[in-house]
Ligand binder design. Structure first.
Ligand code: SF4
Length: 287
């Protein structure tokens, strides 16, 4: 890890995290502040929005602006904030239950609109805060407090989902590799448009410490592949759907117009008053 001019600790609030010892979310917090320091972001120019869950405590541990919203609503609040304050760097953070289940209906819309915000999911495959219920990414067959005989549901595959929503940046990392995690957060923040980063972040309390070994053994850094090309959607799909390994890296990145770009163009037309006048609008109601 290269040294940063700004001290990453300057981005912490000083509140002591109350995550369980060994929780993967510690690494995500660590990586987020390292990324902020590397990019030398002024604290007052960053806002981190979350919903509810263990991972959604993260904004409270940061000294930037933060908002702990209601369950599943991190993305629409982050989107509204970014549109109202385009000068801010806005991150939405949360867990797999919060982002894919309760808030799952918001994902396609921020992705298709390509709003310039970043979404980091701490995906541990369980509802940790509420004591270990089955979540949208719990593997089939796994026993939880609500699936005593094993889950009978096929899990959501986040990377597949985001590729089908045509998110302009789709990546995956893990709490096991801090350097990689920092580099992925920086890449997401440098991307202009909606960036989605799924982080395999073990819940040691409800899914066991062996999650670290499972992720370690199955991980593959896709940018080491000779034919790696993050602009190739077909290859991105292959890395997203393979049952053979957990893909780590940027699966897909293709910049396109952001919602803000198009919004600004529309405002220019409206200001010029060429295409639509108030009379035109009124006539539309009088038909
Ligand atoms: Fe982390 Fe799981 Fe503990 Fe929540 S319950 S803090 S996700 S280890």
């Amino acid at each position: 890890m290269t040294e940063t001019k700004v001290n990453p600790k300057d981005y912490l609030s000083g509140l002591k995290p109350i995550w369980c010892p060994g929780c993967g979310d510690f690494a995500v917090l660590n990586a987020v502040v390292k990324a902020f320091a590397t990019l030398e972001l002024p604290k007052e120019k960053v806002a981190v929005v979350s919903g509810i869950g263990c991972s959604s405590r993260l904004p409270g541990y940061l000294g930037t602006y933060g908002f702990n919203a209601i369950h599943g609503r991190a993305l629409p609040i982050a989107a509204g904030l970014k549109l109202a304050r385009p000068d801010l760097t806005v991150l939405a953070v949360g867990g797999d239950g919060d982002i894919f289940s309760i808030g799952g209906n918001h994902l396609p819309h921020v992705a298709r609109r390509n709003i310039d915000l970043k979404c980091i999911v701490m995906d541990n495959g369980i509802y940790g805060l509420t004591k270990g219920q089955v979540s949208p990414t719990t593997p089939i067959g796994e026993k939880t407090v609500t699936t005593a005989y094993g889950s009978i549901e096929d899990p959501i595959q986040p990377l597949k989902l985001l590729l089908s929503y045509e998110a302009s940046f789709v990546a995956q990392s893990t709490s096991l590799d801090l350097n990689h995690l920092v580099s992925m957060i920086i890449a997401a923040m440098n991307h202009k448009g909606f960036a989605f980063l799924n982080v395999r972040s073990p819940c040691v309390t409800y899914r066991g410490k062996d999650q670290y070994d499972i992720i370690r053994q199955r991980s593959k850094y896709i940018d080491k592949e000779p034919d790696y090309d993050p602009t190739d959607m077909r290859k991105a799909w292959q890395h997203a759907i393979t049952p053979e390994y957990i893909s780590l890296g940027i699966l897909y990145q293709k910049p396109r117009d952001t919602y803000e770009d198009r919004w600004e163009k529309m405002r220019e037309i409206a200001r010029a008053g060429k295409d639509w006048t108030l009379n035109d609008v009124m006539k539309g109601f009088m038909k």
